[in-house]
Design a protein around this ligand. Sequence first.
Ligand code: BGC
Length: 393
Amino acid sequence: MGQAFLYGAATSAHQTEGNNVNNDWWAWEMGRPTEKRSGLATDHYNCFREDLELAKQLGHNAHRFSLEWSRIEPRRGEWDRSALAHYREVLEELNKLGMTPFVTLHHFTNPRWFAERGGWLKGDAAELFARYVRVVADHLGDLAQFWITLNEPVLWSSLAYWQKRWPPQQHSGYKFNRVVCHLAAAHNKAYRVLHQKSPRAQVGIAKHLVAYQSASEAWADRAACRLIDWWFNRRFYSLTWPRHDFLGVNYYFQRKVQGQMLPLKIRQSDVAGGKTDINWTVAPDGLRQVLESLRYLERPIYVTENGLADANDRLRGDFIRDHLRAVEAAQANGTDVRGYLHWSLIDNYEWDLGFVPRFGLVAVDYKTMARQVRPSAHVYKSIIEQGRKESLH
Ligand code: BGC
């Protein structure tokens, strides 16, 4: 029998753990209003057993989380054994509960010492990352098979070095591209390290993919659509090919693209659909589109993120059902999709937007840190149970 389809949820360290005082986001938050600082986040560093137990009760057989580099290497070359021991406990707990771990090595945050010396702009950034990955592989490599080196490298570089939204808030095409290239080198090195240390490792990236559609049949629109699709969705694969054992897909957006030549202008607009609390359009068919667009790479695919901000849980149940139907449609068209990890298991710190957007299957009361399962988590559970029954026939 082949591997069972993996159903679960995803989280990241800085958004959930709390008190990640040694990273560049924490330093940046200190200059922002109090309600926009991560602080104790969801206190997941202390509550992880309770949270993972909830995931288990909700039927999940897989779970994605990230390691916080700045906890493991708080100062250059200094390795914190208690942080490594903590992540061993998390992985042991997941294995005990029968949930397949997907371990992310970099989810947007950088150690402060790394950022202060120039971060991903520096020529030796990839080597420093590979050194961290080597230590992780030595201490944790026996407990996990699936490794995600980087989360959304192109989106992160764009927000930090082009759009000026995230730290270090710069706007430079040269820097944006340099950072993307260094992240690609970091993936390539980490891929080699993980395979050297652990032969059964499956290594990939969680890539943010946008389902672009040309706004019309006009040549300029189609050309613009192909160009942006190449730059944002595909180029990173060519910089890192063939070092992917699987493809991780984070899917949130479908967009219409209009193009104008001389001077070159690319305009994006929303497709029709319901709106989430932060005005993102719900477009499940885009998930089918991006999954099918990866078939040419001939690797197994896992949806490593997909979700919505929906505090009152009005849309989440249908959202999950419709996106899982899109996965099935892609499979029916010959796409090898092997898992779906919803974003997110619990409400968490949504970066520069603070705590207002609620992405969790489980709600968090930030005053008491109490967890409350949302009804949609049960919808997801019943889909999972149904899926399991069907796979037995
Ligand atoms: C990121 C998450 C984030 C989610 C919702 C993804 O791009 O990986 O960290 O919370 O989107 O915005």
